[in-house]
Design a protein around this ligand. Structure first.
Ligand code: NAD
Length: 365
């Protein structure tokens, strides 16, 4: 298996492979860029079909975290870890403690958080071996970052609606939410409270029923949600839903959702643009969760966290403005802005990173 010439390789600072014979742990930690702080990102457990697939995922995801944290104005770099295995079958307390040892061995260059296949209990087990774990404190933030992610996505939708339609709220607009899980449910709640008509689909019937009953979401079959004629489509289930096949069938004016890596390829953003669809980069508008993780980790107040999440609107408005002015796809513009932040060159950073030195030190500890 090649690392330095892997398709998702992007000059990552650190890629380490770890194993533990006693517990069966096989894992990879990647730190993409640490110019703004330690590489913070989720620890994903998934039954990857091959080591190459696991490497591809960790390289791609850690790079995405660099851009996400930079654009969110956080003193954090991009990191991610993957454990190769089925979380329902292979996960044991001993395996998670061994993962804690593996994280600890990186000396704080990587800080682990929850991701798919791991939960707060797993992180707590890791934390018995290392302090480089976040999102486990029993404080006012409540642990689960999903409501913060949903709030940021909701504000992103509003900013996009303002940009495209000149409307201050989503009242009366039609929004389709794909996936009504942790983030999708709270997003649907914000939209309903704002007066939007919300259509929702979920392959999990219990999750769909909860949103229909509690929020008045209008149910749609999973196979139909992407092609619905709506003002906004919010993918909140899985990645790569925007691809050369699906884009031709979309009938939404705006795509803005929580799912990571919604674009199957970089070309798909230009493809959306070609169809006149406004795309809000996922790593920009779904940053509420990582902002939450930062505030939990640094022990900062929830009110300040909310204000920080609210800056997503201004950053998105700036990206959409630049995209209009340059004709470039919004994704490329957002990445370029993140690189400016990484280099400390963007003047906007002054307004997006008003963190005290104490908070900064707490995060980097
Ligand atoms: P989740 O697993 O709680 O919810 C996902 C929902 O999508 C589930 O209810 C699932 O049944 C449904 N789903 C799966 N396939 C579907 C399909 N084909 N059609 C319709 N529904 C389908 O996950 P989540 O925490 O809500 O995260 C949603 C997405 O947002 C993921 O891509 C995640 O990586 C991303 N994200 C989450 C956070 C967070 O704070 N949780 C932060 C950033 C990004």
């Amino acid at each position: 298996m090649s690392v330095f010439s892997a398709p998702a390789w992007d000059g990552h600072e650190l890629v380490v492979f770890g194993s533990d014979a006693g517990t069966g742990l096989r894992a990879i930690i990647a730190v993409h860029n640490s110019s703004l702080g330690p590489g913070v990102g989720g620890c994903r457990m998934f039954p990857y079909a091959s080591d190459e697939d696991a490497l591809h995922d960790v390289l791609r995801l850690s790079r995405g975290m660099t851009y996400k944290s930079a654009l969110a104005g956080l003193p954090m770099g991009g990191g991610k870890s993957v454990i190769i295995g089925d979380p329902r079958r292979d996960k044991t307390p001993a395996l998670m403690r061994a993962m804690g040892d593996f994280v600890h061995a990186q000396g704080g260059r990587y800080v682990a958080a929850e991701d798919s296949g791991t939960g707060v209990e797993d992180l707590r087990r890791m934390a018995t071996r290392t302090p480089h774990v976040s999102g486990i404190d029993d404080n006012e933030h409540g642990g689960d970052p999903s409501p913060s992610t949903a709030y940021g996505v909701f504000l992103g939708i509003r900013a996009a609606v303002q940009h495209r339609l000149g409307a201050a709220t989503t009242a009366g607009l039609r929004v389709a939410v794909q996936g009504l899980g942790h983030v999708g449910y709270h997003l649907a709640r914000h939209l309903r409270e704002d007066g939007a008509v919300v259509y929702g689909a979920d392959v999990n019937e219990a999750n769909l029923a909860r949103a229909v009953e509690a929020l008045g979401v209008l149910p749609v079959a999973p196979a139909e949600i992407l092609g619905l004629e709506v003002d906004v489509l919010a993918p909140c289930a899985m990645g790569a839903v925007l691809n050369d096949r699906s884009i031709d069938t979309l009938r939404a004016g705006i795509v803005a959702g929580a799912a990571n890596n919604q674009l199957a390829t970089v070309e798909d953003c230009a493809r959306l643009q070609g169809h006149g669809i406004l795309y809000c980069p996922d790593f920009l508008i779904n940053a509420g969760g990582i902002i939450d993780v930062h505030y939990q980790r640094a022990g900062l107040p929830a009110a300040a966290k909310r204000a920080h999440i609210e800056r997503i609107s201004a950053t998105l408005a700036e990206v959409l403005r630049r995209a209009d002015a340059s004709g470039q796809p919004s994704n490329a513009v957002a990445e370029a802005l993140a690189v400016e932040y990484l280099r400390g060159a963007a003047p906007a950073r002054e307004t997006t990173t008003p963190l005290s030195q104490a908070a900064l030190a707490a995060t980097i500890r």
